[in-house]
Ligand binder design. Structure first.
Ligand code: NAP
Length: 244
């Protein structure tokens, strides 16, 4: 069975426990084709990336609509979003503060890698129309500038706040270009959405690529690894072996 969200590891302790007593309603069967290890390598970040991709697709953003921007590219959401979108045929533009990882992002499928400075400072209400869709894990000025650079009728899926929780944008992209902003919440998402997202991860993710970006660490290394994540020193996915 599979469990993520519902506050487990946040308001309910036991996120890294070997056994936990949880509500049965929170459990999903592991989708066919996905091992427990791969499901945890995708984790909440991968499942959130899929919720974002599905929101863009429901809006009608197709590979033919134009480029898709992924912000926070080297993070968990970013790496899985890039892998998924490129496998689905989209031209992905990856925005990162770690340009030294451009080769890694290209190996995941990014067609172009740009500096996060392009979006992280205060910008104009409208910028040159570029992106048909955006997966934003960063918030703040980055989200506002991504909206301003979204093409007429395009869509932005906002799931994160790595830069900040604020949204210092204007209504201009919404009322002059008809763009849509989709809020993505993974924690309390209904079971139907969870089950659909996990099934799509099992079918759409390049599992060999997922394996290549996954490292295993022991339970005793988890706290130190958390500090390395916050310092931007981890790329790809870490799986905690709770028995090691
Ligand atoms: N809505 C939900 O249900 C949900 C679910 C999961 C995660 N989240 C949120 O989504 C965000 C991403 O999650 P994650 O697991 O991918 O986190 P992560 O692995 O820590 O990645 C975040 C990435 O954001 C970029 N970043 C960090 N600080 C930044 C700054 N000051 N300005 C601009 N970019 C910055 C970095 O990418 P580069 O090094 O490439 O620049 C970093 O790797 C987090 O805010 C998380 O809380 C929300």
């Amino acid at each position: 069975m599979l469990l993520n969200g519902f506050g487990v590891g946040e308001s309910h302790s036991g996120g890294l426990a070997q056994r936990a007593r949880v509500k049965a309603d929170w459990l999903l069967p592991l989708p066919a084709g996905l091992s427990e290890r791969r499901a945890m390598a995708l984790g909440t970040a991968g499942y959130t990336a899929m919720l974002c991709v599905m929101a863009l697709q429901r809006h009608g953003v197709t590979a033919e609509s134009g480029e898709v921007l992924v912000t926070g590219a080297n993070g968990g959401v970013g790496t899985v979003a890039i892998s998924l979108l490129s496998r689905l045929g989209y031209r992905v533009v990856a925005s990162t503060g770690r340009l030294n990882e451009a080769g890694f992002l290209q190996s995941l499928g990014a067609a172009e890698v740009i500096s996060r400075d392009t979006f992280s400072n205060p910008g104009k209400p409208l910028a040159k129309e570029r992106f048909a869709g955006v997966v934003d894990a960063v918030g703040s000025h980055t989200l506002a500038n991504a909206c301003a650079a979204t093409r007429y009728g395009g869509a932005v899926a906002a799931c994160g706040l790595a830069q900040g929780m604020d949204f210092p944008g204007s209504v201009a992209p919404f009322i002059l270009r008809g763009i849509s902003l989709y809020g993505i919440d993974s924690v309390m998402a209904p079971m139907t959405a969870r089950s659909a997202a996990w099934a799509r991860l099992a079918s759409d993710m390049d599992l060999a690529k997922l394996d290549s970006l996954t490292q295993e660490i022991g339970l005793g290394d988890a706290v130190a690894a958390g500090a390395r994540i916050l310092a931007g020193q981890v790329r790809g996915r870490l799986v905690v072996n709770v028995d090691a």
